[in-house]
Design a protein around this ligand. Structure first.
Ligand code: KIV
Length: 307
C-alpha cells in the first residue's frame, strides 16, 4: 500500500491533496503508475474484453484493465492476434471503458494499425481514445517503434510499450517462445526499454522473459514494468482473464488459475439442457399470468371466430 497522505499527481479526476492508495475511488491515471513505482506498490492489471467482466475487475480494485488484442484467441476464435481489426478493438474497448469507473483502461493497437506509418499510428490510437473511450494505448516492439511512440505521445495519447514475446511478430520470432535468454538479446532488450522510456512510454509490458532479465530491465527504468511470465521483480503483473478463470483452451505455464468458470459453464449448460428436455424449466416463478376473465374472453373470441 502507498502510505496514506501521499499525494498523487493524478490530473483532473482526483481533487488536490487526496491520497493515492489502492482503496482510493478516484480514477487512476498514467501519472499514478509512476507513483506506484516510486512507492514500491505493485500494479495489478488484467485483460477484459466486455462490459460485465470489466465491471467485476474494476469493482475488485484492479489498477489497470487491458483490452488486449488477445481477444483474437480468447473471444473471437482466431488462431492468433493477427486478424484482429481496429473496428473489433474499438467495439470491445467501448464495452470495457463504459463499465470502468476507476481503473486505467488501455487498448491494444492491433496488427498493422500502427506499423505502416506514424500517420496510421496516430489516427488509430486516436480512434481507440475517441471512439473506444480508452485512457491509453499499447503497442508492441522496441527500436523500430521509437518514432511511432514519439508521434503518438506527441499527439497527446499515453502509450504503453511491450517487449519480450511480442505475439504480433511471432513469425519473425520463430513462434511464441521465451525471449531474452541469451545475454546479447537480453542486453538489447534493456537498451530498447530505455529507448522506449526516452520516447515517452508511461510503462512497458515485459512478456515471457527470464525473471533476472526482467529485474534488470525494471531496475534500469524510471517507468514501471508490467510482467507476464517475467517473474516477481516487475513493478506490476498482468494476466489474461481467460487464463485466470479456466476459459482458455490451453492453460499457459505463466498463468495461475483463480477459478474454474469453464467447469461452471459446462455444468450450468448441461443442467439447463436437461431441465428443458424434462420440462422442469421454466417453473411457475418464471412464467407470466393472465386474469381468468381475460382467458375466458379469449376462448370465446376464438370459438366465435372473431378476431
Ligand atoms: O493482448 C494481450 O492480452 C497482451 C497481454 C499478454 C499483455 O498484450
Amino acid at each position: 500500500m502507498l502510505p496514506v497522505g501521499v499525494t498523487g499527481v493524478s490530473g483532473m479526476h482526483k481533487p488536490e491533496g487526496e491520497p493515492v492508495t489502492t482503496t482510493s475511488a478516484a480514477k487512476i491515471t498514467v501519472l499514478d503508475f509512476g507513483e506506484y513505482k516510486a512507492h514500491g506498490e505493485p500494479i495489478a492489471m488484467v485483460t477484459s474484453y466486455d462490459h460485465p467482466t470489466a465491471r467485476f475487475a474494476d469493482e475488485a480494485g484492479m489498477d489497470a484493465i487491458l483490452v488486449g488484442d488477445s481477444i483474437g484467441n480468447n473471444v473471437l476464435g482466431y488462431s492468433s492476434t493477427l486478424p484482429v481489426t481496429m473496428d473489433e478493438m474499438v467495439t470491445h474497448s467501448r464495452a470495457v471503458s463504459g463499465a470502468v469507473r476507476r481503473a486505467l483502461v488501455i487498448g491494444d493497437l492491433p496488427y498493422m494499425s500502427y506499423q505502416p506509418s506514424t500517420r496510421d499510428a496516430i489516427l488509430n490510437a486516436g480512434r481507440l481514445m475517441s471512439e473506444g473511450g480508452v485512457d491509453a494505448v499499447k503497442l508492441e516492439g522496441g527500436a523500430a517503434m521509437i518514432a511511432t511512440v514519439q508521434a503518438i505521445v506527441g499527439a497527446g495519447i499515453p502509450v504503453m510499450g511491450h517487449l519480450g514475446l511480442t505475439p504480433q511478430s511471432s513469425a519473425a520470432l520463430g513462434g511464441l517462445r521465451v525471449q531474452g535468454r541469451q545475454a546479447e538479446a537480453a542486453s538489447r532488450m534493456v537498451k530498447e526499454a530505455r529507448e522506449l522510456e526516452d520516447a515517452g512510454v508511461f510503462a512497458i509490458v515485459l512478456e515471457a522473459i527470464p525473471a533476472r532479465v526482467a529485474e534488470i530491465v525494471t531496475r534500469s527504468l524510471r517507468v514501471p514494468t508490467i510482467g507476464i511470465g517475467a517473474g516477481v521483480h516487475c513493478d506490476g503483473q498482468v494476466l489474461v482473464m481467460h487464463d485466470m478463470f479456466g476459459l482458455s483452451e490451453h492453460q499457459p505455464r505463466l498463468a495461475r488459475q483463480y477459478a474454474d468458470l469453464g467447469a461452471a459453464f459446462r455444468s450450468g449448460f448441461a443442467a439447463y439442457r436437461a431441465e428443458v428436455k424434462d420440462r422442469l424449466f421454466p417453473a411457475e416463478e418464471h412464467s407470466f399470468k393472465m386474469k381468468s376473465e381475460e382467458l375466458d374472453l379469449l376462448r370465446s373470441l376464438l370459438a366465435g371466430g372473431q378476431p
